[in-house]
Design a protein around this ligand. Structure first.
Ligand code: MOS
Length: 695
């Protein structure tokens, strides 16, 4: 069983499931079809607030093939949930337009759809409030914000320091609601049998779905199995179980048959989460040399009436720049809107748009180059916690980016470069994302034939997780990737954290390395290989809990060149360069895809993405990809991602930081800053639409 061992971490291994995917053999949740399958089509509330008094199901039940109409009067009861989004069909209350109020189950998708459309719902409507405003009387201070961060932070006397500062920026930025649109919409096939519940589910985390569904249906987790072999994107929207998977399980239980439920694209704009709109005030005080004396970042966001979710918008500001006086705050208001949730870099993405736009405004106010301004405000240690950074290479990213981008000969004068009828400008912004790690378990097995099998309930949502875990395992086992099979995407495997928070590789990789090390121990002790093979397991709970106190973050620098049409106001991104410092890069090929994918999503944030609230109906109006615009190939012209290798011993056995989210952070600010450089117009409210540039 000896093969040429070498470090495979760092090599551009092709996706191990690539052939399965391109030949169509890889099966996604919706492609599973157990015998006796029935189809479910959910029904959404058409009022924004009130109650369902009654549903007339008579017409629906006469449609050939219809099996059941399930609503709160006849739905199976669920155990109460912390997240009220999961209490599907448990009460008459309607908390937002688009909330699930019923589900039609039929022999065919067509019959279920027809039944869903034929329901006559009697509502008791109430006046609704769906508008986020900076002066909303319902704004309050939540106990904490997403990911457990403190709501506010304060150091020194930021108000006095602002007052005393010779150079000040005081500006309000806003970002719209945005909706995740992974290629594969959410889908579940649910089947009950004597052993309990099996779900083929499009999720970022099978273990969490298992735990949540087991609790809702009052079963031991061992009676729930969640299979997510392949997932077509999620970006956070599949990071936790939401209403659709519960509805599928509930419908299958009610009709005592397997049920297939796919969320249509249009329904995703209400039931699968979205990025809250934000209103952010940033105040920066600096001396004449551009050294920050005060940083104040205050954010306002919305959540629904049934679940508090508060995006951590100002948390990146706590670590970015040195300044003795500082304050960050979050306030939220409960509105009659769908519940916001995770969307790629929740917090960092909108928060850094505001901070990095303000830094550009400060650079102009001080007459200092924006790259130099950032370098000048580089902190020695985490400016709020005082902890040392495990590694921090923002300056190296800025310098390397400036060199590659050709920043040195930039004329800072706005509106000075007209080529034909196009104004050209360049902009820069910094990027950051925390390097998290969560406990996970894994097992490693030496098979009788000398091959290895590694098992962990990780998920590959298109990122390359299966591939990088194969590389990590091969190195830990001192073998080659072709001798290692990594099994993931199944809650029956050792439990693991979700594919989220850019922490998959760090968390799962640690467990895989520890299991492989334990297996090598066993092999060296056992002499002859027993006929059944050898197996070892690992649980990283203790290791992760005991890690030393460091401030762990990835950093990056985003550079953009834009062209703005003088006559039409259309902005085009001509060039994007991202330089990242995110620890060791396990696989340059899949990492590049992650970085440029994030940057593309940032470009999309800057120019296109905007969910529009219809105040009268209390709902988001644009609900498909014709009306909710995301960047297409033609929008992405010249995009490049490179990285600086970091050797950071304070992270995990691989030395990795996360890369899934940092690519989106700072991109929109770099583009907005470039638009200002091109035109002299500062756009503080995303997206940068042509009407804003023409007015
Ligand atoms: Mo990501 S928003 O943590 O899936």
């Amino acid at each position: 069983m000896t093969t040429t061992a070498r470090p495979y971490v760092g090599t551009a291994l092709d996706r191990v499931e690539g052939m399965e995917k391109v030949t169509g053999r890889a099966r996604y949740a919706y492609e599973h079809s157990p015998d006796e399958l029935a189809y479910a089509v959910p029904v959404q509330a058409s009022i924004a607030r009130g109650e369902v008094r009654a549903i007339d199901v008579q017409a629906a039940l006469t449609i050939p093939g219809v099996i059941a109409i399930i609503w709160h009067r006849n739905a199976p009861r669920l155990a109460p949930a912390d997240n009220a989004e999961l209490s599907v069909l448990q009460s008459a209350r309607v908390a937002y337009r688009g909330q699930y109020i019923a589900v039609a189950v039929a022999e065919t998708l067509q019959a279920a759809g027809e039944a869903a459309r034929s329901l006559s719902v009697d509502y008791a409507g109430e006046p609704h409030d769906t508008e986020l405003r900076a002066d909303h009387p319902g704004l309050y201070r939540p106990e904490k914000v997403n990911a457990g961060y403190p709501t506010d932070s304060e150091h020194g006397d930021p108000d006095a320091a602002m007052e005393a500062a010779p150079i000040r920026v005081d500006a309000t930025y806003s970002t719209p609601a945005e909706h995740n649109n992974p290629m594969e919409p959410h889908a579940t096939v649910a089947r009950w049998d004597a052993d309990g519940l099996t779900l083929y589910d499009s999720t970022q985390g099978a273990s969490a779905v298992r735990a949540t569904l087991a609790a809702l249906f009052t079963m031991p987790p061992a009676n729930v199995r969640v299979i997510a072999s392949h997932v077509g994107g999620g970006f956070g929207s599949k990071g936790q179980p939401l209403a659709p998977v519960v509805l599928a399980a509930l419908a299958a239980k009610h009709v005592t048959r397997p049920v297939k439920l796919a969320v249509p694209r249009q329904q995703m704009f209400a039931v699968t989460g979205y990025r809250t709109p934000t209103i952010q005030r940033v105040r920066l005080g600096a001396d004449v040399d551009g050294r920050l004396t005060a940083i104040v970042h205050e954010a306002i966001a919305q959540c629904s009436t049934i679940r508090e979710f508060v995006e951590q918008t100002t948390t990146p500001t706590r670590i970015m720049y040195a300044a003795p006086n500082r304050r960050t705050t979050h306030r939220v208001v409960k509105l009659d809107v769908p519940t916001p949730s995770w969307m790629r870099a929740p917090g960092e993405a909108p928060g850094m748009f505001a901070l990095e736009s303000a830094m550009d405004e400060l650079a102009i106010a001080c007459g200092i180059d924006p790259v130099e301004l950032r370098v000048r405000n580089e902190p020695d240690a985490d400016p709020e916690s005082g902890e040392p950074f495990s590694s921090r290479n923002l300056v190296a990213c800025l310098r390397e980016g400036a060199r590659r981008f050709g920043w040195a000969d930039r004329d800072p004068t706005p509106g000075a470069r007209l080529v034909g009828r196009t104004l050209i400008g360049t902009g820069v912004a910094a990027s950051t994302y925390p390097a998290y790690r969560s406990p996970s378990q894994a097992s490693a097995r030496l098979e009788p034939d000398g091959r290895y099998t590694v098992r962990i309930a990780a998920t590959d949502i298109g990122t390359g997780a299966r591939t990088v875990l194969t590389q990590i395992a091969a190195d830990a086992l001192r073998t080659s990737p072709d001798r290692v099979t990594v099994e993931i995407g199944d809650s029956a495997l050792p439990p693991a954290t979700l594919a989220g928070g850019s922490m998959g590789t760090a968390s799962w990789g640690t467990a895989v390395v520890r299991a492989c090390e334990a297996l090598r121990e066993q092999v060296s002790r056992s002499g002859d290989l027993p006929s059944a093979g050898l197996e070892a397991a690992a649980d990283t709970k203790e290791e992760v809990g005991a890690q030393e106190r460091f401030s762990r973050h990835a950093f990056g620098a985003q550079f953009a060149e834009v062209g703005v049409d003088v006559d039409t106001g259309e902005a085009r991104v001509l060039r994007l360069l991202g330089v990242f410092a995110a620890g060791r890069i396990v696989n340059p090929k899949t990492a590049r895809s992650q970085f440029i994918g994030g940057m593309t999503m940032g470009l999309s944030t800057a120019l296109f993405e905007e969910s529009l609230m219809d105040r009268e109906f209390g709902d988001y109006l644009n609900r498909d990809l014709a009306q909710y615009h995301v960047a297409a190939c033609a929008d992405v012209r010249d995009i490049e991602a490179v990285w600086i290798e970091e050797d950071d011993p304070h992270l995990n056995p691989m030395g990795t930081k996360g890369i899934g989210e940092i690519g989106i952070v700072g991109t929109a600010a770099a583009i907005a800053n470039a638009v200002h450089h091109a035109t002299g117009i500062r756009i503080r409210d995303l997206p940068i639409r042509l009407d804003k540039l023409l007015r």
